[in-house]
Design a protein around this ligand. Structure first.
Ligand code: SF4
Ligand code: SF4
Length: 666
């Protein structure tokens, strides 16, 4: 019977308590007995369902020391009838309950010692929370965060009411503070932290945020004292603090002043030191205060001492002579431009010297092969032996003889072609007749592929293929959608045609070139057709060759449902209504691994999707170099906003619009 109790089944506890109390509390009134029994069962059940149960802890607080002591004895005797306690066999809810009963009975040192020993063996957050509760009881302080807020809020209300008010007034810091508090008081810690970091990132005067900084100091103290380290890992909060160092410093100063006067008595010195360090590191980003050594000053990721960007989009030109029916480029409002050769070289030098780069694309929107010096740019990149790979995407009809000569033995690490069409009908429905037709497109892409294989290029060729497979964005014009392969059979026919092209190329290659044309199974082609989201790993190879370097390279077809890329068309199209909000549910994925767009306009942004470079934090001319640009206060503010779903510019408002995150990167 007692062994069953170790597994903390409520029924077992009830049975055991019933028997023990029956024997030992013969003189107790039925009412007392019933209350104890009911309380013990409810407590155990509460902690079984939720180890952080607010109701469970409240019930513990309502027990008298005598009641708690009686319950504790009963539980111990029921659990260990042989009188040999073995705390290793206790389950989590039983530990929490026993520690809580010890505290409630006044045996504070025992409760803390019991939990310390268990945490040392098994460091669970729920046990650290139980310890914090025991600590509060030991020193007789309140465990309610509402007793510690710095000032009374001007605004009050339930979380739902405050959330509704913020819909109308998203920039109102007072309402947001009240919302943060309401969530924290309901122990919705993650929600409170997110709302707080949104508040920190809003485009309002930083003096308005000082109260929020004080709330943060209290919330941080509670969370860390309770053993919850979420705050320290919240990148969006860290961005918010780094963007507004004076606010972070206010949080640090308020925290210090509050701790010093003993207003946060549950904090031990080690936890207080971690919190102080967190604020100072954020505030110290701008080097306004001394920061603890050995810590990264900025949330901006660095590699080898340089700010790291995952992808650089170097838009060497924003000219494009295609008119794709799925691309917003025709809605471009900015002047068409190309960056002069010297400037492109200078930017490449700047990147090499000052920035750690994951990879580089020579375009955002726009057609890179229209740049008059594309050959020299590629040659320069090759000669510089850059430590990162370079790619570009072309629409394919620019692959004329002159461009093929410029590309000859001068390839980047990969070339992508927006092939997309599978027939003249498909081409005519989605592309410009002024610059060519489907046959010409196939012929020019074939010429490039033949040249790359013959020259044993150390480069791959990716052919992008839109599909209309049920996962495409339905808002895309039906005429455009249906222009792309809309069945596995049609996809199969298309792939087989490219496999034949590949076989023909291989057949006519000089003997010394080692290449192989690939024939795919129908199953693989169907899998590629049914792609839900664009996935670089979901492709169909058509040709494999051995480069001069000895590596194997491939040409392959990459599928993606219509509208999962270059799809901001929908929102730029004046016929398509988009809701624009400053605070959005979605956040920008490019802040998780920051990227950099250098637009042909000279503006600097975070991603390639922002057609009119509105989502930008300055221009090249504003900064001495790209490191300074990336770590500038303006860039920090933009990262803070985007990491928190705050959109102050038109590009991001379009992208993060409620209800549909069409750029699909977050
Ligand atoms: S998708 Fe590319 S090729 Fe087509 S219009 Fe847009 S920028 Fe030009
Ligand atoms: S929110 Fe969208 S448009 Fe704005 S930077 Fe991020 S990905 Fe680009």
């Amino acid at each position: 019977m007692f062994v069953r109790l170790r597994q903390s089944g409520v029924k077992a506890v009830l049975d055991v308590l019933h028997q023990i109390l029956d024997q030992e509390l013969e003189s107790a009134s039925d009412q007392t007995f019933a209350l104890l029994l009911e309380t013990s069962c409810q407590l155990l059940e509460q902690f079984r369902q939720d180890p952080w149960s607010a109701e469970g802890y409240e019930m513990l607080k309502r027990l008298s020391p005598r009641q708690a002591s009686t319950l504790f004895d009963a539980m111990m005797r029921g659990t260990f009838p042989d009188g040999n306690p073995d705390d290793e066999s206790l389950t989590e809810p039983a530990i929490i309950l026993l520690a809580g009963l010890m505290s409630a009975s006044g045996a504070h040192a025992n409760a803390l010692g019991f939990l310390d020993a268990l945490i040392a063996r098994q460091d669970r957050q729920s046990l650290r929370y139980a310890r914090w509760f025991a600590q509060c009881r030991a020193i007789g302080c309140s465990d309610r965060i509402s007793d510690y807020w710095p000032t009374m809020p001007d605004v009050t209300g339930s979380p739902d009411e405050l959330a509704a008010a913020l819909k109308d007034e998203p920039l109102d810091i007072g309402t947001r503070r009240a919302f943060v508090r309401a969530l924290a008081e309901k122990r919705i810690a993650l929600g409170a932290l997110d709302e707080l970091s949104i508040g920190l990132s809003l485009p309002v005067d930083e003096h308005a945020k000082m109260g929020l900084a004080q709330d943060l100091a209290v919330l941080a103290s509670f969370l860390l004292a309770q053993g919850d380290n979420t705050l320290l890992a919240k990148q969006r909060l860290h961005w918010g603090l780094a963007a507004y160092p004076a606010v972070a410093k206010e949080a640090a100063d308020y925290f210090d002043a509050t701790v010093q006067v003993g207003k946060l008595p549950f904090l031990d010195e080690a936890t207080a030191s971690r919190i102080r360090s967190f604020f100072l590191v954020s505030a110290g980003y701008a080097a306004t205060v001394a920061v603890p050594t050995g810590r990264q000053l900025s949330p901006y990721p660095t590699k080898n001492g340089k700010p790291h960007v995952d992808t650089v989009w170097l838009e060497i030109t924003n000219f494009c002579n295609q008119k794709c029916g799925f691309c917003p480029d025709p809605f471009r409002e900015e002047a068409r431009n190309w960056l002069p050769l010297d400037q492109v070289k200078g930017l490449i030098d700047d990147l090499a010297e000052n920035v750690s780069v994951g990879s580089m694309q020579l375009n955002a929107y726009g057609e890179p092969l229209l740049h008059p010096h594309i050959g020299e740019i590629l040659q320069y990149i090759k000669d510089r032996k850059l430590p990162w790979p370079t790619f570009f995407t072309t629409h394919g009809l620019t692959l004329v003889e002159k461009k093929l000569k410029q590309l000859s033995n001068n390839y980047p690490n990969g070339i992508a072609v927006s092939l997309h069409n599978d027939s003249q009908e498909s081409y005519a429905a989605t592309r410009s007749a002024k610059i060519g037709d489907y046959e010409t497109l196939v012929s020019r892409v074939t010429d490039l592929l033949r040249q790359m294989v013959s020259e044993q290029a150390s480069s791959h060729l990716r052919l992008y293929q839109m599909v209309c497979n049920g996962y495409e964005a339905k808002e895309v014009d039906a005429k455009v959608r249906q222009a792309f392969p809309d069945s596995p059979e049609r996809m199969l026919k298309h792939i087989r045609s490219w496999e034949r092209i590949a076989a023909d190329i291989v057949l006519k290659l000089p003997a010394e070139v080692r290449a192989e044309a690939i024939v795919n199974s129908e199953a693989r082609i169907e899998t590629a057709f049914r792609v839900k989201l664009h996935d670089e790993r979901n492709y169909v190879p058509i040709l494999r060759w051995k480069a001069k370097s000895g590596e194997l390279h491939e040409a392959f077809i990459s599928t993606r449902p219509v509208g999962t890329y270059a799809n901001l068309l929908l929102e730029y199209d004046p016929r398509w209504k988009v809701k624009r909000e400053v605070v959005n549910k979605y956040t920008c994925g490019f802040t998780k691994t920051p990227s950099l767009a250098i637009f042909a306009s000279g503006r600097l942004g975070v991603c390639c999707l922002d057609l009119n470079s509105t989502a930008t934090f300055g221009s090249l001319s504003d900064f001495a170099n790209l490191k300074e640009a990336l770590t500038s206060p303006a860039a920090m503010r933009m990262f803070a906003e985007l990491a928190n779903g705050v959109a102050t510019n038109r590009g991001c408002q379009i992208c993060l619009a409620s209800g549909s995150q069409l750029c699909n990167v977050g």
